[in-house]
Design a protein around this ligand. Structure first.
Ligand code: FES
Length: 87
């Protein structure tokens, strides 16, 4: 069973701001972590409306942690942290 849940926001704002470039992440995560991590795309996570600027998109959620201006590296780092915490 997956220990860490990752959601890549594919809502319009995040998509335009680069979440489409995070698509490789799905393959990387599946190869690297297998069943320890479940990665899915998501409709708007509603974080883009929290701020008047859209500059913090794209958003990715790793368990309950929200990553702003997400990059593949940032997400992988957060997954590693979560897996360590969960043992
Ligand atoms: S489009 Fe990603 S949080 Fe709204």
């Amino acid at each position: 069973m997956a220990k860490v849940n990752v959601k890549i926001c594919m809502g319009t704002t995040c998509f335009v701001m680069g979440s489409s470039q995070l698509h490789d992440l799905v393959d990387i995560v599946n190869k690297k972590y297998g069943e320890d991590v479940a990665i899915t795309g998501s409709t708007c996570l509603n974080y883009c409306t929290d701020t008047s600027e859209y500059s913090k998109a794209p958003y990715v959620k790793v368990n309950d942690i929200v990553i702003q201006e997400a990059t593949i590296d940032k997400v992988l780092q957060e997954i590693d942290k979560c897996l360590k915490q969960q043992g």
